[in-house]
Design a protein around this ligand. Sequence first.
Ligand code: IPM
Ligand code: MG
Length: 368
Amino acid sequence: MSKKIVLLPGDGIGNEVIQAAKDVLTAVAEEFNHTFSYQTEEIGGSAVDNHGTPLPKQTVDACKEADAILLGAVGGPKWDSYPSHLRPEKGLLGIRKTLGLFANLRPVKGFKHLLHASPLKEDVVNGSDLLIVRELTGGIYFGTPSERQNDGQSVVDTLAYSKEEIERIVDKAFQCAQLRRKHLTSVDKANVLESSKLWREVVEEKKASYPDVAVEHLLVDAAAMKLITNPNQFDVIVTENMFGDILSDEASVLTGSLGMLPSASLREDGVGLYEPVHGSAPDIAGHGVANPLAMILSTALMLRHTFHLEHEAQLIESAVKEVLDQGYHTPDLQLANGKKIGTEAMTEKIVEFIKSESASKSIMSCYA
Ligand code: IPM
Ligand code: MG
């Protein structure tokens, strides 16, 4: 298979983790006879510095031509005081919206050697395995620009959703649940917000089309509490943009490390942007110690969701599990009797596993 991949390293550790993803994909391409071509473009703070905008036209044009996009991370203290249209995050929001990437999948599953690093009790987090399906191109993040106001004395942000926008993300979440443990929790604030009332109605309407999936509604405040007191009750969570942003960071503590969480942002035709959930970590950028595993796991999601290469995706996921089982870890992770290594050495370990013959015999998927 021959595919065009656009690489958007962005800021901070973005360059290092994107290089790791590329090395892993090169190994996969060699082992399985695929051809992946790469084009690197700028986004975020580095694009502001070099082009005066966080999302240059050239980047948008390249992404529109791509089969898939890999993004490192955007942002850093350097740009914190910039006006809102020049903030690195605007580049990320802009590319999600421009490409129509409405479905954000954030799988949260701990690796057993890391669970003790969670601030939560091990018996609470043990066995948790959930998928957050976050609406990504609507809601308060994208309220009509003319309605977004700030005159210094009063401010307005608008939360708008069309029924169609809710329907397509709810459908996606039901379909994800069908491939997993067939349990869907819809999270809203229907006791207060009109948008949530419509959200709940849509979920109720859609239920009939997915009779094999059990559905539950939870208010977002209760969901936030249950996520850390009884995470095992969740399989798939579907929610609107901002609730999903908040709950997915909260859920990351279940795994013991934010450095391990991948994400996929998809549209209906399968085109997707894949990025780690973690940020640009400017404090360690350039030191060769960034954890590349969330980015590497994001490439596995790309192989699965956009290229339908399930075997290759599972191979990468098994490699990550195996390397952690062997005790290798980057400095952000605390592993008892572990062997601390840097970004390149960690990537090399993953590549070695992919190339080793035993790999194809011991595949066990971590994320569906
Ligand atoms: C995320 C991030 C972004 C978001 C920021 C960087 C705009 O927090 O991907 O979760 O809020 O969507
Ligand atoms: Mg976030």
